[in-house]
Ligand binder design. Structure first.
Ligand SMILES: [Zn+2]
Length: 263
């Protein structure tokens, strides 16, 4: 419902990643699937989760005597391992093993290196299309005898930076993931509690705002978003302040907000 409220086009969603099977992380899914059905979706939908979500969904469809217009392709993963879940020419998505009451995985999204861009202002009349195509790949262009025709850097602009983002919810303090997420642009880390409720955080395998910030600091990420706050906190400012004392470039992940990676 939030997706619709913020006017995000749900027909464009082809891949959904579910970290673990606590209800607050997947109970909205049935509603989303039926909304997609009502919008006459026909494209396959890829659903990545641990074993069990397939049964849960199929059972709900069975007992509501419903079927969907589209096919769901279930991809199950082992949350205790780092696995490549998805890869195409632009990005890879890996699991991040987390520490929680149930088996739980975060997700690391990494854009692959991007090609240099053709600088249209520098292109000369009469340049052959295959030469321009070669420049796009980053190569210099030579004639048949091997003489240099076009030096790549004269005709292209530097590639855009490749961005990286890790989604880590739900988890207790997790030393092991530091290496995996080191230096990424943007980290979303849960901050269910504040330090004064640290006992509660440890008991429920969640993190405090200070721990999320410590993770951002130790793994040298550029920016931190914190979220998944306990309902006990009516005001979120104290959580933000607690995190910012450790890691200044922190923001609250409020639904409907957008953030630029690394700034
Ligand atoms: Zn949970």
């Amino acid at each position: 419902m939030q997706l619709i409220r913020y006017q995000l086009p749900i027909h464009k969603i082809d891949h959904i990643f579910i970290s673990h099977l606590h209800g607050d992380h997947y109970l909205g899914l049935m509603g989303l699937l039926f909304s997609m059905h009502l919008q006459r979706r026909t494209n396959d939908l890829h659903l990545y989760s641990q074993k069990g979500l397939d049964e849960i969904i199929l059972l709900q469809l069975k007992y509501s005597k419903s079927s969907l217009n589209f096919t769901i392709i279930f991809h199950t993963f082992d949350a205790s391992l780092i696995q490549v879940l998805y890869e195409d020419e632009a990005l890879t998505i890996d699991t991040i093993p987390l520490i929680h009451k149930l088996e739980c995985a975060g997700f690391l999204f990494r854009e692959k290196p991007k090609p240099r861009k053709i600088n249209k202002e520098k292109l000369k009349e009469g340049m052959l299309l295959q030469h321009i195509a070669l420049l796009k790949t980053g190569a210099d262009v030579h004639d048949e005898k091997g003489n240099l025709l076009y030096l790549n850097s004269d005709y292209t602009l530097p590639a855009q930076t490749s961005l990286s983002y890790a989604f880590c919810s739900d988890t207790a303090w997790n030393e092991k993931m530091i290496e995996q997420i080191r230096g990424i642009n943007l980290l979303y880390h849960e901050a269910t509690f504040m330090e004064e409720e640290k006992d509660k955080a440890q008991e429920t395998r969640h993190s405090t705002a200070a721990e999320a910030a410590e993770m951002a600091l130790r793994s040298r990420v550029q920016k931190l978003l914190i979220g998944h706050f306990s309902a006990r906190y009516r005001e979120l400012e104290p959580l933000l302040l607690e995190a910012r004392e450790v890691f200044a470039n922190t923001e609250l992940a409020i639904e409907g907000s957008t953030f630029e990676g690394g700034t």
